[in-house]
Design a protein around this ligand. Structure first.
Ligand code: 5GP
Length: 190
């Protein structure tokens, strides 16, 4: 998606350890017009699928997910990284965060992820696929079907796509970073 690629090259910043900082337009300060354009493109790519719920993980997946849910008139559920004291009947899994270098629990109420659900999972980044693996586990536990997974930015060199596709799940990403070596952002042209 050219608009997104141009923005990453203009405002994205590279950090050591293969981290791309996009907090000027995606995950701190947010550009709603860009977010809408991303949601429209993801909807176009998943147009042939049957879906009744958008699933994401807090915090930075929520903005693109809610934009998609709004445009498709579908409910949006986000997996929580802390168990609320008011949640009793829940599904739980563990996810390793490489940006924070620690493992955390992720929970979803059983009420909001059920065998009736056909979900698209949305997140800002696909890196090693750890968050996606956790979501796949939660969907397996609940009996929900995963129709596909959509990401704003995929860091191809961290190979998360393979983890997801191995499970037979379709992956769409709007910008693919082939390398951040020497703190240079190399985007795939497509
Ligand atoms: P994964 O679980 O695929 O290894 O990593 C994806 C998660 O880690 C995303 O939810 C995202 O918030 C965070 N993440 C991974 N790589 C980056 C990055 O380069 N920059 C930022 N800002 N977040 C990242």
């Amino acid at each position: 998606m050219k608009l997104l690629r141009d923005r990453i090259l203009k405002d994205g910043k590279c950090y050591p350890g293969g981290i791309l900082k996009v907090d000027k337009f995606i995950n701190h300060q947010m550009d709603p017009n860009l977010m809408k354009a991303c949601a429209v493109e993801l909807i176009r790519r998943f147009a042939s699928t049957e879906v009744n719920k958008i699933l994401t993980i807090e915090a930075s997946g929520i903005a693109p997910a809610i934009m998609m849910g709004f445009l498709l008139d579908l409910p949006v559920v986000f997996a929580k990284k802390k168990k609320p004291s008011t949640m009793d009947d829940m599904l739980s899994t563990r996810v390793f965060s490489f940006t924070k270098q620690r493992e955390y629990h992720v929970v979803i109420s059983k009420e909001y992820l059920t065998p009736k659900d056909k979900v698209i999972f949305i997140d800002d980044f696909l890196a090693y696929g750890n968050a996606a693996k956790g979501i796949i586990d939660l969907c397996h536990q609940s009996g929900a079907e995963i129709v596909g997974m959509g990401f704003i930015i995929e860091k191809a060199f961290q190979r998360g796509r393979e983890v997801i596709e191995k499970q037979g799940i379709r992956v769409e990403s709007l910008a693919i970073v082939d390398s951040l070596d020497n703190c240079q952002i190399k985007l795939r042209n497509e």
